[in-house]
Write a protein that binds this ligand. Sequence first.
Ligand SMILES: NC(=O)c1ccc[n+]([C@@H]2O[C@H](COP(=O)([O-])OP(=O)(O)OC[C@H]3O[C@@H](n4cnc5c(N)ncnc54)[C@H](OP(=O)(O)O)[C@@H]3O)[C@@H](O)[C@H]2O)c1
Length: 275
Amino acid sequence: MIPTVTAHGAQIPAFGFGTFRMKGPDVRRMVPHVLKMGVRHVDTAQIYGNEADVGEGIAASGVARGDVFLTTKVWVDKYRHEAFIASVEESLRKLKTDHVDLLLLHWPNEAVPLAEQIGALNEVRRRGMTRHIGVSNFSTALMAEAAALSAAPLVTNQVEYHPYLSQRPVLAAAMELGMSLTAYYAMADGKVLGEPVLQAIAAAHGRSVAQVVLRWLVQQPGVIALSKTVSEARAAENFAIGDFSLTEAEMAAIHALARPDGRIVSPAGLAPAWD
Ligand SMILES: NC(=O)c1ccc[n+]([C@@H]2O[C@H](COP(=O)([O-])OP(=O)(O)OC[C@H]3O[C@@H](n4cnc5c(N)ncnc54)[C@H](OP(=O)(O)O)[C@@H]3O)[C@@H](O)[C@H]2O)c1
C-alpha cells in the first residue's frame, strides 16, 4: 500500500501522477490509464497548457472525480486578486470540475505583495473552488511568511527533491508548520538512473532505480512523490512501490548522495534565495 500523507486535515496520496511537459494526446492516454491502475493523485498547472486534457482524462477514466486528489497551480502573472480568481475559474472550466483538491502558487513573485497572493488563495478556498491551498518553490523564509499571512493552513510546499538535492531545511520547516513536502523531479531529469549507489540498492531488492528513488521519497514522513511518464510500462513500475521498504542504512546512503550543485530547476526571475 502506498501511504496517504495527512497535513492540516488534507489527505494526500503519497504517489501523484505528474503531467509537466506532457502533450495533450499523451495526457488523454496516460491519465485514465494510471487512474485505472489505482493512482489517486494527479498534478497539473495552468502553465502546462494541458488542464483540459487532464479533465478529459479523469472524466474518461471511470474513476469518480471525488476519488481523485487533483492539484493545479496559478501562474505568477496571475497573482493580482482579480486575475487570480479568473485564472482559477478558467482552470476549473478546463478541468471540468467545480473544485480542485489543492491549489498552489506556482513560484514566488515579489512584484505582487505576498499578502495579496495568500488573500486570493484563501478567497478561492472560501468560495469552495479548492479544498486545500499551498505553495510551490518556496524557501523556508517564504513558507513562514506565507503561513503567517494565511487564514487557512497551507498544506504543502511542492519543490524539486531527489537524491542529488538535500531538502532537509525545507522538510524540517514543513514539519514544523504541519505542512507536507511534495517532491518533483524525482528522477533528477534522468540523472539518477545511472547512479551506482542506487543501482546497487535496486539490485539488492530486485527493483529498478526509479522504484528505489520513489520509495525513498514516500518512505520519508510527510513526503509526497510526483512522477511523470508517457509510458504505460514505466507508470506501472513507478506505482509499484508499496510492497517493499528500504532499510535505514539504505535511506541514509541515498541521502548521502546529495551535493551542493544538485539543484536543476532554478529559473532566473522566478527562483527565490534558496535555503
Ligand atoms: N512545481 C513545479 O515548479 C514543478 C516543476 C517540475 C515538475 N513538477 C511536477 O512534478 C512532476 C514530476 O516531475 P517531472 O515530470 O519533471 O520529472 P520526473 O517525474 O522526475 O520525470 C522525469 C523523466 O523521467 C522519465 N521516467 C519516468 N519514470 C521512469 C522510469 N521508471 N524509468 C526511466 N525513466 C523514467 C520520464 O520520461 P518518460 O516520460 O519518457 O518515461 C520523465 O520525463 C511533473 O510532471 C509536474 O507535475 C512541478
